[in-house]
Ligand binder design. Structure first.
Ligand SMILES: [Fe+2]
Length: 204
């Protein structure tokens, strides 16, 4: 699949049931140990662990599968795992430049959860609804594809996400979540990845 022309695509059964269960268990175990102290997301309905050391192996495995699927030389930018509660809403946005190529995997959900994502192709402006069963993933150019979710009204779910940047591009500087703290990357004007993102943000 050529991501540079399609911008996003879905992959069913990216992770098998056992893998999804082991990621889910690690998430709940970690939360039980550290509590809400290590969740970093002030948004209502989101509990997030970012770059959690406990998921190092998963990060690397998933990034290398992503690189193979896209046929690109990727460096890890960051990973996060998010637990969603009713009230969670994701307004339409573009991601920061650390998210050049991303994969989102649904690893767990309650039966009553229905939380599709809507992705807009930046060329055709056509919006596609993506629904994911447990194990399903979608891959997207998160800095170029405006995306949003409506407010979650019932149920809970967990999604694991990994983001990579391509070596030799303007995004490479954002490997290892560089300049993420305090949004320092926003000062990096003159970098084409940043300048282009600011331009795109004006018209979503
Ligand atoms: Fe996003």
């Amino acid at each position: 699949m050529n991501i540079d022309s399609t911008y996003f695509f879905k992959i069913e059964n990216f992770l098998d049931k056992d893998k999804c269960e082991s990621i889910t268990k690690k998430y709940f175990d970690t939360l039980e140990i550290f509590g809400d102290k290590i969740t970093k997301n002030s948004r209502k309905g989101f509990k997030e662990l970012r770059n959690a050391p406990v998921f190092k192996k998963e990060e690397n495995n998933i990034l290398s599968r992503l690189a193979t699927l896209l046929d690109k030389d990727l460096l890890l930018a960051y990973s996060h795992i998010i637990f969603y509660e009713p009230g969670a809403e994701l307004p339409k946005h573009l991601d920061r430049p650390h998210s050049q190529y991303g994969i989102n995997i649904n690893v767990w959900q309650t039966d009553d959860m229905d939380y599709p994502i809507y992705l807009t192709n930046p060329e055709t402006k056509e919006t596609t609804e993506i629904k994911q069963n447990v194990g399903d993933a979608f891959i997207y150019k998160a800095c170029e594809v405006p995306h949003y979710r409506k407010e979650l009204t019932a149920g809970n779910g967990i999604q694991f996400m990994v983001f990579g940047v391509e070596k030799g591009t303007d995004y490479e500087v954002f490997a290892n979540d560089n300049m993420a703290i305090n949004q320092e990357w926003q000062e990096l004007t003159g970098n084409k990845a940043v300048d282009d993102l600011f331009e795109r943000q004006k018209i979503i």
